[in-house]
Design a binder for this molecule. Structure first.
Ligand code: PAF
Length: 295
């Protein structure tokens, strides 16, 4: 994909769509925009884009005058044995989708870490538990790449999906704790017609597994309804766990209810506290996560 942006005499894009791979070029472009009073919205992605990502671009465009999407499959958030090597990569299609969505610039670095990279970020608060129980490396890797992307792009705002709800809260905590001047915005989960949350990993499914995967959101919403109707959290989540297994999932990592802001786990009756139901389960070798608010 070698589409060029329209260059002004000062060397920065004025309009159109640009693909940039070099950090220097990126900085030049962003400085140029800043010099002309533009505001910058960033949507970090790992590519293999779907409607969920496009909704993030739409949100960024509504709040910033220039929108940048980054595409980088971040090795530090994958553990040994996970799908780093096979993670779907389709950069040509990604760029076409981004261009059609009105994104101004795609930043696609070849490398984000030097060979002697040694810095780690230790996270607490919302990063503890849930995903971290089975993927202990994950949020440290996300925090590193998001921090590095923020430092390179220096956006005014960045948009993340509520699909990765714990990731969203972790990034909010990280940016607040480290005084990063980036406004973190979110967009709701986008779903397929049967309610399956859109995810780049959905393309791993064969037809039979895909049908099973479509049950997860149905069971999740049923569970959320039971809890808001007054069921005890432990009872409702246990019923959901059994239903997920009965539907054909091979393993459930968690079905949990947590405070909407802190992600502290809740038990007993929900009460008036705004809460979120979060689920992770394995369907024919593909790990799915989903979540919804409990009203
Ligand atoms: O949500 C994702 O796709 C990734 O975790 C992110 C935020 C782009 C960091 O690699």
């Amino acid at each position: 994909m070698s589409e060029k942006s329209i260059q002004t005499p000062k060397g920065h894009a004025k309009a159109g769509f640009a693909l940039i791979t070099s950090e220097n070029e990126l900085r030049k472009q962003v400085w140029g925009w800043r010099g002309s009073g533009e505001t910058i919205g960033l949507v970090p992605t790992m590519g293999a884009l779907h409607g969920g990502h496009i909704s993030l671009i739409t949100k960024a465009k509504a709040h910033a005058s220039k929108t940048i999407a980054s595409i980088y499959v971040n090795e530090t958030q994958f553990a040994e044995g996970e799908d780093l090597a096979t993670y779907p990569r389709d950069h040509k299609r990604d760029c076409e989708m981004l261009k059609a969505a009105g994104c101004d610039l795609v930043y696609m670095p070849e490398k984000m870490y030097t060979d002697d990279h040694a810095t780690r970020i230790a996270l607490g608060g919302p990063a503890v538990g849930l995903e971290s129980r089975t993927r202990s490396h994950f949020f440290a890797g996300v925090a590193l790449i998001v921090t590095k992307l923020f430092n390179r792009v220096q956006p005014d705002l960045a948009v993340f999906g509520e699909k990765d709800y714990q990731q969203l809260l972790t990034i909010r905590r990280l940016t607040a704790d480290l005084d990063m001047p980036v406004r973190i915005m979110c967009a709701p989960v986008m779903r397929e017609p049967d309610g399956l949350a859109m995810s780049s990993r959905n393309r791993y499914f064969g037809a039979a597994a895909r049908t099973i995967a479509g049950r997860l959101n149905v069971i999740m919403y049923e569970c959320a309804r039971r809890i808001s109707d007054g069921d005890i959290i432990e009872t409702a989540t246990e019923i959901a766990r059994k239903k997920i297994l009965d539907a054909g999932f091979e393993r459930v990592d968690y079905v949990a209810v947590a405070d909407e802001k802190s992600l502290v786990l809740l038990n007993g009756h929900m009460g008036a506290r705004p809460a979120r139901l979060l689920i992770a389960a394995h369907c024919q070798g593909v790990r799915l996560i989903d979540n919804c608010a409990i009203h």
